[in-house]
Design a protein. Structure first.
Length: 638
């Protein structure tokens, strides 16, 4: 079979951090003879070269190239391109990893849409990744109609013929931003770019020793010299005008303005902070006209104006003021309605621990501001003018893997008088709907934390939905919806909302049942369970005694459980009862019920469940101990 994808991995002293990468590459769903893995060892001095050679000896998919250290990732990637045989090449860093179906899905999506470049959805583990780009699938994207320029890391799948036709390669040597140069040119020269957003393809991982190359402090002079090369690419392939300005705005916003804001700026050593400011001032005045900064968000525009004018002291003072800005989120309701989980909340910006207030009456503060006080007043007026378009987002983020999905939100914007009436608070009230049956928005079982994200005035703030006081937490029952069991609950550590999908046990509340809640009339069993059930659902009642009997049952709206018992085979025995709420799931999860069925000669009745034997009690203690240990491990990632 021809090689469909060549995965190219530049390697330099990753140590143990390469193991997750290796495992994810070897475990791909693409047939083994349809892809290859090209590791290019850039002069590693740890045990990695021997590890890779041993891997290549065991697995024919693995190719290893050794070379002297080149100083950065550009040359190893180019060497990998030249050594590759695939129709597409996929660039992966040695401390990151892929989703199990990433290569198969990205290759198929690229072929289906005749794409030169395929961008797969990314998740950051301790690292920032683009969010807006991955709201929806984009089979035919360009820099004109999609925020492609937000994603300039090299972790893309690129058609090899496109690279050969254009001669596109990474800049080499000891330098920064080689990926910006490569990816920008790829976007601008590709006939089509396809963005796959409904599956997490790439996990961008921050090592716990913070040794990722991207986290090392850089030399401002060299860094912004390399950044100018990316701007050169934009100038080479675009005409002066709105598109070029919009692309330039990405570097102004991300690589310059954001580095001079709030705690991020204040946390730098004074001498380095000043050098960074001066280098950014040089690029801004040299390469950007006023049209580049004008459409920025208000806070970003203030910083851009200060750096353009070279006002370092004011930039520091504004960063000190801005460092007090935060987000407050209050849960208001969590309830099931018509098969959907509705989550209502209120969100607003705060400053120095209290609600942020804004001018209630319009004004015309001068631009550019002459001092920080004037900048703050101008900022307030501008934010009030944009408030009518502000929208909060509610995201579900899977706790173990980090993948996240936006949920639909209805929004009401409230302007609340503050103080003497000359100022107002801006409050966003949102109601999100989570559809357990929509795999595109809740794709997998697991623990999902609920986050609220607000962008307003140039601040993008994100917070768990909570904390909620223990006495005032909206807590609906678990729901059995579309064949899935979903338990909304409040975490112990953060008092924030989370969803347990397909895993909940005691939290379902079934342990509160008593034999008196169960009726048996002849062979018909009925019980009212503390569950939300929007439509009749087929479930299973497992009876265990001398043997095991799986009894089909039905859950009706209101949580009514009904089953027809096989009374003839139950007679003369006592049967423990357990409930499987999703019998089609694999593996089926059983929920023990706190009652048993005692079948006499003429009738069946519910009785308290017998106490387990000594061996069974010991096994339960072991399971509980393991559960506590796993819970503590999981809590560290909440």
């Amino acid at each position: 079979m021809p090689v469909k994808v060549s995965v190219i991995v530049p390697v330099y002293n990753p140590g143990r951090y390469i193991e997750d990468c290796i495992a994810s590459l070897l475990g791909q769903s693409l047939p083994p003879d349809a892809y290859e893995i090209v590791f290019v060892d850039d002069g590693s001095t740890d045990g990695t070269p021997a590890r890779l050679d041993a891997l290549a000896a065991e697995d024919s998919r693995v190719v290893v190239v050794h070379q002297e250290n080149s100083g950065w990732s550009g040359k190893p990637r180019n060497v990998g391109i030249d050594a590759s045989r695939g129709e597409y090449v996929m660039f992966v860093d040695n401390d990151d990893h892929l989703g199990p179906e990433a290569l198969e899905r990205m290759y198929a999506y690229g072929k289906e849409n005749d794409a030169d470049v395929v961008v797969g959805k990314m998740v950051g583990r301790g690292r920032g990744v683009p969010v807006e780009l991955f709201r929806v699938n984009r089979p035919h994207a360009t820099v004109h109609d999609a925020p492609l320029i937000d994603s300039l890391t090299p972790h893309k799948m690129v058609r090899r013929a496109f690279l050969d036709r254009t001669g596109l390669r990474f800049p080499e040597g000891r330098r920064r931003l080689e990926d910006h140069v490569f990816v920008t040119e790829a976007y601008l020269r590709a006939d089509n770019v396809a963005v796959l957003s409904d599956y997490v393809c790439y996990y961008h991982v921050r090592r716990d020793d913070d040794a990722n190359a991207g986290f090392q402090r850089f030399d401002p002079v060299g860094y912004f010299k390399n950044l100018r090369e990316a701007l050169d690419v934009v100038e080479r392939y675009t005409e002066p005008g709105p598109l070029r300005d919009r692309l330039f705005r990405r570097w102004l916003r991300v690589e310059m303005v954001e580095r001079l804001r709030g705690r991020r700026f204040l946390g730098l050593p004074e001498d380095y902070r000043r050098e960074l400011f001066d280098e950014i001032h040089g690029v801004v005045t040299e390469r950007f006209g006023p049209e580049v900064a004008a459409p920025l968000q208000p806070t970003q525009r203030v910083v851009a104006a200060l750096v353009t004018d070279g006002r370092y002291d004011d930039a520091v003072a504004f960063a000190e003021w801005e460092s007090g800005v935060a987000l407050a989120v209050e849960p208001e309701a969590v309830e099931w309605r018509e098969g959907l989980l509705r989550i209502a909340f209120a969100a607003e910006l705060t400053h120095d621990g209290g609600p942020m207030t804004f001018p209630s009456a319009g004004g015309s503060p001068p631009w550019p501001p002459k001092d920080v006080g004037q900048a703050v007043r101008w900022l307030g007026e501008d934010v009030v003018g944009r408030f009518g378009r502000a929208r909060p987002d509610l995201l579900l983020r899977e706790r173990a893997g980090g993948e996240q999905y936006f949920q639909p939100v209805e929004v009401v914007r409230e302007t609340v008088p503050a103080g003497d009436g000359s100022r107002v608070r801006l409050v966003l009230r949102g109601t999100a709907t989570v559809d357990p049956g929509a795999r595109a928005v809740l794709p997998a079982d697991g623990l999902w934390d609920v986050y609220v994200r607000v962008g307003l005035g140039g601040w993008t703030k994100e917070l768990r939905l909570g904390p909620a006081p223990r006495h005032d937490r909206p807590a609906p029952p678990a729901g059995v919806v579309a064949g899935r069991v979903v338990l909304p609950y409040w975490t112990d550590r953060h008092a924030s909302l989370a969803l347990d999908v397909g895993r909940a046990g005691k939290g379902l509340g079934l342990g509160r049942l008593t034999p008196g809640d169960v009726t048996v009339d002849g062979d018909r069993l009925g019980a009212d369970l503390p569950l939300y059930v929007p439509a009749p659902a087929e479930v299973m009642l497992r009876l265990t005694g001398p043997g095991t009997h799986d009894v089909p049952a039905v859950l009706s709206p209101g949580g009514r459980l009904e089953a027809v018992l096989p009374t003839a085979v139950l007679r003369g025995r006592t049967w423990r009862a357990a409930l499987c709420l999703a019998p089609d799931a694999a593996p089926a999860r059983l929920h023990p019920l706190p009652f048993a069925l005692r079948a006499g000669a003429d009738r069946v009745r519910a009785v308290p469940a017998p106490r387990p034997g000594r061996a069974r009690r010991l096994a339960r203690r072991v399971r509980r101990a393991l559960h506590r240990i796993l819970g503590r491990i999981t809590a560290r990632t909440e």
